[in-house]
Design a protein around this ligand. Structure first.
Ligand code: ZN
Length: 449
């Protein structure tokens, strides 16, 4: 296990020192002012580079080009790329390393069960991570936030279990980590003191976590003015937006991305939700059963070590707002993304636990996975075994992860399924579900089953 904040700290230092940062920022600044034709030229140039690399070095694409008879050099434009196969989560589940063009040891590995409940493995290069951070910082700049903006950060990090404290200052990193899973009437006053002493420009993280903290602050009659509230990963409810804005008195800077890192999108200062066309090529595929809904299929333009061309994200959007956006940027508008929607869990003693699927996000060797709250403090892991599945190891890992995130004293069980985990009538497997009797109404509300 890495030391508190260790991996994040290391990744931050690599990004900061990486020579690609200067080039990335220059490209990003240029593309922000580009015309639609200029953006397209940039996309097609990156596409040609990626296709050449994939065809030469990735076993998956080498096989496809050999079998299909398509010449890699014939794929030069956005129209040409329509002959490429659509890559699915199943391809990543089966043999993720087959897609890599670099040795996987020089890349960062990550896992996600996403909204489909299938745990996949992907890799990314440090250079693409540098680019992504710079792309996010470009979005911050639209709201007057500098690259070194001081943020208190609320995500799924389990540092609090190691640090023994619900806050952790990352040295030299302009970040104060705040545990999303240690908030209670007893801890919040101390946490707020630490945040004030840190002097943040912005809050950053999961909206459910930031909103939970905000609701405690509001109950205490406190305000904490910031320049921005940087959010991602979840669909926000109007109530969460309202409580965050009333306490922090700042605009929401929201972005959408995925572990596979093929699409990056975010809102501008005029409220338009834009795809960042210089980050990836986005295709919207109509969903036949649901008119007006589209599935995002996208091509990452910067992760050269792990090319995902025409990757099916499983994420849906509605119709985009009619453009152009008053901000004047050529980045197309994207409809709202149906991201993760999760109920909060509760511990036996009534603490609210936002975004509970965090405890199953990093599981491998399972084809499907879900965590269910059977009652406050009682959690069940549901899994469909895949290659390399080890029930005892998984059970022990789940128990450990629940204790780290949710605190000691929770009751955990595990159930395995053949084939698939039962779906609700909507057909969509949710990564977390609340079952049994309704959870008590927490301070942020929104806990109805
Ligand atoms: Zn705009």
């Amino acid at each position: 296990m890495a030391p508190p904040g260790g991996l994040q700290d290391l990744m931050h230092r690599v990004r900061r020192a990486h020579p690609a940062g200067v080039l990335a920022r220059r490209d990003l600044a240029r593309m922000e002012r580009a015309t639609p034709a200029g953006l397209r030229r940039y996309q097609e140039r990156r596409l040609r580079l990626l296709v050449r690399l994939a065809a030469a070095r990735s076993p998956f694409y080498r096989r496809w080009f050999a079998q299909s008879g398509v010449a890699p050099s014939s794929i030069r434009t956005l129209d040409d790329m329509q002959v490429l196969p659509i890559v699915t989560r199943d391809d990543l589940l089966a043999a993720p390393r087959d897609l890599a063009t670099y040795p996987v040891r020089v890349m960062w590995e990550s896992h996600s069960s996403g909204t489909s409940g299938k745990a996949i493995t992907v890799y990314r290069t440090p250079g693409s991570s540098v680019y992504e951070q710079a792309a996010l910082q470009r979005q911050w700049s639209w709201f007057g936030l500098g690259r070194d903006a001081r943020r208190f950060v609320m995500r799924g990090s389990d540092f609090a279990a190691d640090a023994g404290s619900p806050v952790l200052h990352l040295p030299g990193d302009h970040q104060l980590l705040v545990s999303s899973y240690r908030l209670s009437p007893d801890t919040v006053p101390g946490i707020v003191d630490a945040i004030r002493e840190f002097g943040p420009d912005a809050a950053e993280g999961y909206p459910s976590s930031i909103a939970l903290l905000a609701s405690y602050l509001r109950d205490m009659g406190e305000k904490l003015p910031l320049k921005a509230i940087i959010t991602s990963s979840e669909v926000m409810t109007p109530r969460q937006v309202e409580v965050m804005q009333s306490v922090f008195d700042a605009p929401i800077v929201d972005h959408y991305g995925q572990t596979e890192r093929v699409v990056l999108a975010g809102n501008c200062e005029e409220g338009g939700f834009h795809e960042f066309s210089d980050y990836g090529i986005v295709e919207r595929h109509p969903i036949v059963e649901r008119p007006g809904r589209y599935e995002l299929v996208a091509t990452s333009l910067h992760n050269l070590g792990f090319p995902l061309l025409r990757y099916r994200t499983g994420d849906e959007v509605g119709e985009a707002a009619p453009g152009p956006c008053p901000c004047g940027r050529a980045f197309p508008l994207l409809g709202t993304v149906d991201g993760r929607v999760e109920d909060s869990f509760h511990t036996a003693d009534g603490r609210e636990l936002p975004l509970p699927s965090i405890v199953v996000d990093d599981l491998t060797n399972v084809a499907e996975v879900q965590v269910a709250q059977l009652a406050p403090g009682r959690f069940e892991l549901r899994a469909v075994p895949a290659d390399g599945f080890d029930a005892e190891r998984l059970r022990a890992y789940f128990a450990r992860t629940v204790e780290r995130h949710f605190g000691p004293g929770q009751e955990v069980t595990m159930r395995t399924f053949d084939g698939r985990i039962p779906r609700p009538s909507s057909g969509k497997l949710r990564p977390s579900v609340v079952e049994g009797r309704a959870a008590p109404d927490g301070p942020a509300g929104g806990t109805a089953p």
